[in-house]
Design a protein around this ligand. Structure first.
Ligand SMILES: C[S@@+](CC[C@H](N)C(=O)[O-])C[C@H]1O[C@@H](n2cnc3c(N)ncnc32)[C@H](O)[C@@H]1O
Length: 200
């Protein structure tokens, strides 16, 4: 596996060349449902990590949250601004490395939304990802996640098993961890819908 393939430049190139098989042009239905369920209160500050073109961010704004969407690829940030212009909705689009979130935003967020970011990073850095997410959440904050468990070797996307998530997110209580019933076609039965709560 080449680490270069996982760099900001590499992801940016994928946006520039439209090599974006992950991008369905809309918020993932399980996350739209979870955001609408207001598992965190309206007005809560929600971070969307590895936010891509910002479809989850726009949906979170529609549901009344204050949103900071983070991605390290400049083309993703540009696309997020396009989405804001097209919809008239607004949120903070932040070009930054997710792994620094606990340093730039310590205990800042009521919730973090995870969608195909965990499977996009080098699996050997997953513990660092969890440190960054946990450090950026307020105590009692929630992780609303959709984890991709496709069972195939290689990546990205790198496979994410239930055992992996349960072991690494040990500082969280698992309020929900089920197969998402309403995944995008082609991902049915391959996604874990997760609501994890950072222990106080
Ligand atoms: C597979 S895409 C998913 C995008 C979006 N969540 C979606 O589902 O449409 C992974 C995204 O994570 C971003 N990403 C990967 N590693 C990152 C990091 N360390 N910091 C910030 N963004 C990262 C990439 O630039 C890319 O936009």
């Amino acid at each position: 596996m080449s680490i270069d393939r996982l760099s900001a430049d590499a992801w940016n190139e994928r946006y520039l060349t439209k090599d974006m098989g992950w991008d369905k042009g809309q918020c993932a239905p399980p996350l739209a449902r979870m955001l609408a369920a207001h598992l965190v209160p309206t007005g809560a500050h929600v971070a969307i990590v590895g936010a891509g073109r910002g479809f989850e961010a726009l949906e979170a704004v529609r549901q009344g949250y204050r949103v900071t969407a983070i991605d390290f690829a400049p083309e993703a940030i540009r696309a997020m601004h396009e989405g804001m212009t097209a919809t008239g909705l607004s949120f903070e689009a932040l070009q930054a490395d997710v792994f620094t979130l606990h340093q730039s935003h310590p205990k800042a967020f009521d919730a973090v939304v995870e969608h195909t970011c965990y499977c996009a990073i080098d699996p050997s850095t997953r513990d660092e990802y969890v440190t960054a997410i946990a450090g950026a959440l307020k105590p009692g904050g929630a992780l609303l996640g959709l984890f991709y468990n496709h069972g195939r070797p290689g990546g990205p996307p790198f496979d994410t098993t239930e055992a992996d998530v349960r072991a690494r997110f040990s500082s969280f209580d698992f309020e929900r961890f089920v197969r998402a019933p309403d995944s995008f076609p082609g991902r049915s039965g391959e996604e874990w819908e997760a609501v994890l709560r950072l222990r106080e």
